[in-house]
Design a protein around this ligand. Sequence first.
Ligand SMILES: *Cc1c(COP(=O)(O)O)cnc(C)c1O
Length: 432
Amino acid sequence: MSVSSYPQGFMAEEHPPSVDRVARSLADTGLPHPLLVEAARTAIAETPPGQVAERARQLAEITARSLLTGVINATGVLLHTNMGRAPWGTTTDLTRYTNLELNLEDGQRGSRQDRAPRLLAQACGAEAAMVVNNCASAVLLVLAALAENQPVAVSRGELVEIGGGFRIPEVMAQSGAQLIEVGTTNRTRLSDFSQAITKQKAVLALSVHQSNYRIEGFTEAVSVAELATLGVPVIADIGSGLLDAACPWLADGPPAWVANEPAARQTLATGADLVTFSGDKLLGGPQAGIIAGRADLVAACAAHPLARALRPGSLIFSALEDLALAYLARRGDDIPFWRMAALSTESLMARAQAINPDWVTETSAMPGGGTLPGVEIPSAGLVLPGDLSTGLRHNQPPIMGRVVNHTTVLDLRTVHPDDDQVLATALTNLVG
Ligand SMILES: *Cc1c(COP(=O)(O)O)cnc(C)c1O
């Protein structure tokens, strides 16, 4: 850098500090040396020498904060897309080898698809299931495996885009299946589907849950039960991943707000041949896509070359296995999503009171994750004057709240009770 490029008033005698010296002075941040070198280089290039040390430290701290880390979600959005949807981990020690593809009975090669998918199939009453990376992969694989180069009938009202650019027509095109749009945007009848099958030789009927979208008024849709009379396999992309509408894993049964959500068990029972759903929406698990239903169709999906490209690793299978076991044991309280969803407003009020009685407020939580649009879950938390979001975000651990009309609202439904004290301390530090 030439001396003349320094800002006015800067002493030309002062040389820019060496990259290495600045980088070494940041060693206490715990970041690997190459990242500190990067921070040092950037600081030297963009700051006068006198401010380099401070700027380099700031950049290193920004880098450290940008790494994947645990966050306290006080937004009240149970499945927050920006915070990894459902919170869920695994108890298996994966720093050791596992039996991922090993059958310990006979010592032969086993399949990663034999454990968690089998347990999930059992939990939703399916003959068989398999797991891929997400629900988008599940739909892609089903269509590629069962309808490549063949027509598939879909209602025009269900050619939707679901959060993050998942568009049904585009996924269909990628799968190689030919889209036959039937009906109109607001009304589709069974006869529209049967014509697509008899005249255009559609080999599958695809039903897509509208998830984050709703058409109201003069509408008519074809139910899965009706589609099941058509004589071609019915694929229901239910997306949200509610396993069973009866929620037998919850002591008090299903919360009122899940009433209109399609569930895997009931959708299969009413005639779907396959259902596809996400692992990290109402299932409350890791990012994954589940294909469940008829064993011969699941086997056809598993045999398709794309199955290899879309398969998850042991982290996901292990997390899903824990989750499926919790469902089968009806331990809804061990599934954070369901534990938080089922909390009483009174218990949340009591926690808010314990933090600071002056800040207590009623709030509205929501399912989120592109599911159940418009659904509000009565909740409770804290409200403080002003926008505290930056300070909260830079807390260790970071805290995410909502800013509403120049106030900061923290919903306790999505906060683990163990974090109440962390929240209280952060707030006290911010407001003095
Ligand atoms: C959310 C959703 C998807 C996409 O699921 P991902 O797991 O995010 O890939 C697909 N279909 C429906 C109906 C959905 O609701």
